[in-house]
Design a protein around this ligand. Structure first.
Ligand code: B12
Length: 175
């Protein structure tokens, strides 16, 4: 059989569909953003789709997102946070160094007079063995993270629930 089938507008594989508005477009109106969230990886991590995923998810929840991208050196991360004064910093790591890098970065953030009170979350594949150990998660929390999201299916729901309840003011009250 030749010729276009239903919905086919052009050559092979080109399918025309009515443009459905994205959820964010549907609610586009004079709704002020709920605050700025900085999303970042840490110095060793070259993965990027985790960051794109987080940006879209957090924007969907009504926040403005500044995505610093992959392999962000500590100094740059701290400088960006100082300059932008976000409501929240979300760190993502999937390459297996997240536990070690997370500890280093949160200690630097908490030692910085300007950033000691910034709410900071971390998540992803934080170790090399799948689920991170309870001891490591406790250590990350003890070093200053406000929440740690291990790579489990319920992690995204918990993260979304937490951000869904936050306004900028509430984010500052996390600590
Ligand atoms: C694509 C890819 C790469 C590409 C990345 C390209 C790019 N532009 O991003 C390249 C080839 C560069 C790469 C390199 C490496 N990779 Co790689 N990579 C992958 C792969 C196949 C897909 C990752 C991806 O894009 N997923 C899609 C995104 C949307 O999902 P995600 O990253 O899994 O993130 C999800 C969750 O982790 C979670 N999440 C992430 N961050 C956060 C943060 C918060 C707050 C929350 C709530 C949730 C959350 O939400 C996301 C959506 O569900 C995975 C294997 C896999 N199938 O997952 C390996 C994988 C991540 N890579 C791995 C490794 C080991 C490496 C290397 C070290 C390999 C090497 N020896 O060189 C290097 C590291 C380079 C570096 N310096 O970081 C391992 C990590 C092992 C671990 N942590 O246990 C994986 C899991 C493969 C494996 N099974 O061994 N990689």
């Amino acid at each position: 059989m030749s010729g276009p089938t239903n919905g086919t507008a052009g050559g092979a594989g080109t399918v025309a569909r009515p443009a459905a508005p994205l959820p964010a477009q549907r609610s586009a109106g004079p709704v002020p953003p709920r605050g700025t969230v900085v999303v970042s990886s840490m110095a060793s991590d070259a993965h990027t789709w985790n960051l794109v995923f987080l940006q879209l998810l957090i924007e969907e929840l009504g926040f403005e997102v500044v995505n610093l991208g992959a392999t962000v050196p500590d100094e740059m991360l701290l400088a960006e946070c100082r300059e932008r004064g976000p409501a929240l910093l979300v760190l993502s790591s999937v390459n297996g160094h997240g536990y070690h890098e997370g500890l280093r970065v949160i200690r630097r953030l908490r030692a910085d007079a300007d950033l000691a009170g910034l709410p900071v979350l971390i998540g992803g594949k934080l170790g090399i063995t799948g689920g991170e150990s309870a001891e490591h998660i406790e250590e990350l929390l003890g070093a200053g993270f406000d929440a740690v999201f291990d790579d489990r299916p319920e992690g995204i729901a918990a993260f979304t629930g937490l951000l869904g309840r936050l306004s900028e003011r509430q984010a500052h009250e996390l600590r």
